[in-house]
Design a protein around this ligand. Structure first.
Ligand code: NAD
Length: 355
């Protein structure tokens, strides 16, 4: 058996339909009395609901989170938290809102209560990202790991179906790369397989009925497990490539992950056949890469980078950036093969399966 080191991390997780009702109790348990509630402008109504739930323990609402945490927004939120004397941050939303909570905590060590409404998984990680002058700087800091996570499937009911699919496949990407991470361990392997299975079952259920609460719960459960994997082990080619594509070409986060993942799995397949078998088993397919490509396509998700804003002349630059950075990946980074990978992803072709 491969040797491993596993540091378990303390987080309190509440999972229940209607769990937002426990927010007041959870703020109280942290000993906080002046929460700042964060959301995007789109989710201001959910933030107001949370504020009403908190009553006197809510010191203010800051509904201005945006994708990739621009430093100006982070500074405004930090200033607002200071002005109102906040002693905890409640982040209600997806990865963008969690990111804003982490930006505040980076400055102030304020404890975060996360109420995730997408499947991105940021609530389970100590990873932050802040964008300054168009460049997103990321890092890890254990102080940023949310202390409490409230999973309420009802809050994800309003997540549009298309976003649910790409967000769910973004979560699957965390688990898939976690399975071949150099620093992985058997616990993460179990979580990854179970997380992928839950999402691969939950997402098709939403196709027939986006308000299917059991389907929503299944996806949120999968997102929790996949997010835990992301928070515990290092990621490889897929995440680096998506980070480059998102940062350099301003492509949307979850859609980029959805399009690129099958191609990276095909690229790595021969180096880690056991991992591919585990992923294929979890999604009920013969082959991991083709199975995920089919899943995305059958659920109506984009499969071509050109359809989400990528320009053909960006492929060369993306290969250059992806091969510049050094990071562990099961297969070495080969410029010619990476170019082919990106060309297929650009055009929306199925992943290339080696015979
Ligand atoms: P997001 O948070 O940007 O949300 C996308 C849109 O969906 C927003 O307008 C939001 O208001 C809306 N939305 C979210 N939940 C909704 C709901 N239930 N009903 C209706 N609308 C809803 O998207 P995301 O994909 O969750 O997060 C992407 C960002 O998170 C990226 O910046 C990514 O880098 C970051 N991220 C970070 C980590 C980490 O560990 N640090 C992990 C994953 C993603």
């Amino acid at each position: 058996m491969k040797p491993f080191t596993y540091d378990s991390r303390a987080q309190r997780v509440i999972f229940e339909r209607g769990a937002l009702k426990h927010l007041h109790r959870e703020v109280e348990l942290l000993g906080a009395t002046r929460a700042i509630i964060l959301s995007t402008p789109d989710q201001a109504t959910q933030a107001e609901r949370a504020a009403a739930q908190l009553g006197g323990r809510c010191a203010g609402v800051f509904p201005k989170a945006v994708m990739h945490v621009p430093i100006e927004v982070a500074r405004a939120a930090i200033e607002e938290a200071r002005r109102i004397g906040a002693d905890c941050a409640v982040a209600i939303g997806g990865g963008s809102t969690m990111g804003l909570g982490k930006a505040i905590a980076l400055e102030s060590s304020l404890p975060i209560i996360a109420v995730p409404t997408t499947y991105a998984g940021s609530e389970m990680t100590p990873i932050y990202g802040i964008t300054d002058a168009g460049i997103k700087k990321t890092g890890r800091d254990p102080r940023l790991l949310p202390r409490t996570v409230i999973y309420d499937p009802e809050l994800s009911m309003t997540l549009p179906f298309a976003l649910s699919v790409t967000s769910g496949i973004n979560a699957i990407a965390h688990a898939a790369e976690g399975l071949y991470a150099q620093d992985s361990n058997p616990i993460m392997g179990l979580l990854a397989v179970e997380g992928i299975r839950a999402l691969a079952e939950g997402l098709p259920a939403l196709k027939h009925n986006p308000s299917d609460v059991e389907g929503r719960a299944r996806c949120l459960y999968g997102a929790w497990l996949c997010g835990t994997v992301l928070g515990n082990v290092g990621m490889a080619l897929h995440h680096k490539l998506c980070h480059t594509l998102g940062g350099t070409f301003d492509l949307p986060h979850a859609e980029t992950h959805t399009i690129v993942l099958p191609h990276v799995l095909a690229y790595n397949a021969r180096a880690v056949p056991d991992v591919m078998r585990r992923i294929a088993g979890a999604i009920g397919a013969q082959d991991a890469a083709t199975g995920l490509w089919d899943l995305a396509r059958n659920l109506g998700a984009p499969v071509a980078l050109r359809d989400i804003g990528m320009k053909p002349n960006g492929i060369g630059r993306a290969v250059e950036l992806a091969t510049q950075a050094t990071y562990p990946n099961p297969r070495s980074l080969e410029p010619v093969a990476l170019r082919e990978l990106l060309e297929r992803a650009y055009a929306g072709e199925p992943p290339k399966i080696d015979e």
